[in-house]
Design a protein around this ligand. Structure first.
Ligand code: AMP
Ligand code: ZN
Length: 351
């Protein structure tokens, strides 16, 4: 990752749209417009992130509500999509997937009317930008190798600070400034929410984030409210932070064939980091070790320690909306337990 410290990021030369450029009805040219109209699938070939996000902006009427110029939205999304690196997991498809998951979760019955349009715009925007220009290396790796980004951000949420900086850097060009019709005050309000949400995707924040969320829900229950009322900024952003965290950790809650593809991508990314650690003479991070049991062990540990507690809490807020999600998550964990048991017994048999 080449970075000139004062520069944040070199924006790629990407197609820009002008007022004269014809705008495709669905944002992208697609051979399957009917499917794209009905279902938010990444069927746009090379532009899944643009296709999905443009559709979500249309469906939620954000373009009209915030007077966003369609050609600026497309110019921004193209540049954003091209700024996701071609790494196995943290690529444009992951950005698109988290954005789509956010869109679906915002429709959960328990919170459907809780957030205003401004917060929804911030949440969708935060989701789609949240991993832009990820290098496929973890924060601990960047810190221990004294990467420029770690120096720039003083080892604090290194990647997440970079993602959000790149997202706002891309807005600086007039032709990509999708928020040009917001007032300065609205822009600052939006910016604060987006920064807070993207920084909350740092796994190092998980424990505090979840504990605060559980305390909030407990307090709400004690006051006897059947539905969620959130008055303060802190309460509202806390739920939004947990929401983006759920969207980010949603691959394990999806049907096994979809989930398996995400794990395979993540393992390739982790293994590449493990190779780099070995070449540099560093200790190999446990999840980056190339061993037959790493994958199952890591998934079981990750689900038990992080994903299940988070989704269980989310499930209590939107009950019963997340019940199917929790069932799928439990089945996926059982699948890994069975796989690990089979691998362990075949290793024992062979020894
Ligand atoms: P992010 O980097 O923003 O995507 O944060 C989520 C983190 O959760 C990723 O960096 C991964 O380390 C981790 N993660 C996501 N999905 C999985 C998974 N299926 N198994 C293990 N870790 C995961
Ligand atoms: Zn992510």
């Amino acid at each position: 990752m080449r970075l000139i410290m004062a520069q944040i990021y070199n924006v790629p030369t990407t197609k820009t749209f002008s007022e004269e450029t014809p705008i495709p009805e669905l944002g992208v040219e697609t051979p399957q417009p009917e499917e794209l109209r009905v279902e938010l699938n990444p069927i746009s070939g090379e532009r899944p992130l643009t296709a999905i996000t443009y559709r979500i902006f249309q469906e939620r009427d954000l373009i009209r509500t915030f007077s966003i110029e369609p050609h600026k939205l497309l110019s921004y999304l193209f540049a954003l999509e091209d700024s996701y690196q071609q790494v196995p997991y943290h690529n444009k498809l992951h950005g698109a997937d988290v954005c789509q998951s956010m869109h679906v979760l915002l429709n959960s019955s328990g919170i459907k009317d809780v957030f205003n349009e401004f917060e929804i715009l911030a949440a969708i925007f935060a989701a789609v930008v949240h991993d832009v220009h990820h290098s496929g290396l973890t924060n601990p790796f960047l810190i221990k190798t004294k990467n420029d980004l770690a120096i720039l951000y003083n080892n604090e949420s290194v990647l997440e600070n970079h993602h959000v900086a790149v997202a706002f850097k891309l807005l600086q060009a007039d032709e990509r400034n999708i928020f040009s019709n917001l007032s300065a005050e609205q822009m600052e309000t939006l910016r604060k929410r987006v920064v807070d949400m993207v920084l909350a995707t740092d796994m190092a924040k998980h424990k505090t984030l979840l504990a605060d969320f559980q305390n909030l829900l407990e307090a709400k229950k004690m006051s006897g409210n059947d539905y969620l009322t959130l008055e303060s900024y802190d309460d509202r952003i806390l739920v939004l932070k947990n929401l983006i965290h759920c969207a980010d950790l949603s691959n394990m809650t999806k049907p096994l064939d979809t989930y398996s593809k995400w794990i395979d991508r993540l393992m390739v990314e982790f293994w590449k980091q493990g190779d780099a650690e070995r070449d540099l003479g560093l200790d190999i991070s446990p999840m980056c070790v190339r061993s037959p049991t790493t994958k199952d062990k890591h998934q079981i540990g990750f689900i038990n320690s992080f994903v299940h507690p988070l989704w269980e809490t989310w499930g209590s807020l939107v009950y019963p909306d997340a019940n199917t999600i929790l069932e799928t998550l439990a089945q996926n964990r059982e699948w890994h337990e069975a796989s690990l048991a089979a691998l362990t017994s075949s290793t024992t048999d062979n020894s």
